[in-house]
Design a binder for this molecule. Structure first.
Ligand code: R2B
Length: 277
């Protein structure tokens, strides 16, 4: 890699995001290059205060999940699996200066929490994508490992998402930009889904399937729950909706997958939500 870096230490790229077969993480913001400093507010990192290429340049896998405790547990698990030399207790929260998200780096793996819902994961993804871009990371795979509600699957099953769909069962994410709605595709990497599925088959008693994941804006009314503070539909309407979701190929419901799929796709990250239903 070093031999293809020009003196500026910025990789030369044959187009916006590739160089000799490598896929860089790219941003689509013409203003960023002219900024003197990029502060990643919610990660407590920045281009002037931190040497991002030295800290993160070797990252190949990013695993994200809602809860900070779960992502710390995953980091410790990865530390054990990768048999790293340093002690597990040395796994430190890189974002400890903020209580918005937590982040752990274990060799080439980053483990990051994203909170609940589209707005929360979207803020984290903007800053994560800029971080990976500034760090000149290439060929990065990102996986969301989350909890979800299963539809017509055995409790505890793992659903590997092939397509993230919205509440109308459509493979799209509608981003409000100023006062416009911009529709973005939520297609995910099919090969990665197959690869993960094949891995799951090597593990005994690990019920896993590939299916669509529906992403809602809300945990209660949006997911047909009868126990929220507000509920204006009948049990029959709920069951009818969930049946139609099942027929459309939906096997689980959560609250982050559409924006995750849309943003990762636009910025050159091979992405996949992977969830426990
Ligand atoms: C799954 O679980 C959370 C709600 O309880 C939300 O983040 C999601 O997608």
């Amino acid at each position: 890699m070093a031999s293809i870096l020009p003196a500026s230490n910025k990789p030369m790229r044959s187009d916006q995001n590739t160089y000799v077969g490598k896929c860089f993480v790219h941003v689509k913001n013409p203003y960023l290059d002219s900024m003197d400093e990029d502060i990643l507010y919610h990660l407590d990192l920045g281009t002037k205060t931190h040497n991002l290429p030295a800290m993160f340049g070797d990252v190949k896998f990013v695993c994200v999940g809602g809860s900070p405790n779960r992502m710390k547990a995953f980091a410790l698990f990865m530390h054990k699996e990768l048999r790293l030399q340093d002690r597990g207790e040395d796994v430190k929260d890189i974002c400890a200066g903020t209580d918005r998200y937590c982040m752990y780096k274990i060799g080439p793996v980053l483990s990051i929490s994203h909170g609940m819902g589209i707005p929360s994961i979207s803020i984290m993804l903007h800053e994560l994508i800029k971080l990976l871009h500034h760090a000149q990371c290439c060929d990065v795979t990102i996986i969301r490992m989350g909890t979800s509600g299963g539809i017509g699957v055995a409790p505890g099953s793992v659903v590997i998402t092939d397509t993230a769909v919205d509440s109308f069962f459509k493979p799209r994410f509608e981003q409000v930009i100023l006062d416009n709605i911009v529709t973005r595709s939520t297609e995910l990497d099919k090969e990665l889904a197959e690869e993960l599925f094949n891995c799951s088959r090597e593990i005994p008693n690990f019920p896993t399937l590939i299916g669509h994941t529906m992403c809602t804006y809300d945990f209660y009314e949006g997911q047909g729950r009868l126990d929220g503070a507000l509920c204006s539909f009948s049990r029959e309407k709920k069951v009818d909706y969930l049946k139609r979701a099942y027929i459309a190929g939906v096997r689980n419901i959560e609250m982050e997958s559409t924006v995750f799929a849309a943003m990762c796709r636009l910025c050159g990250l091979k992405g996949k939500p992977f969830m426990n239903a």
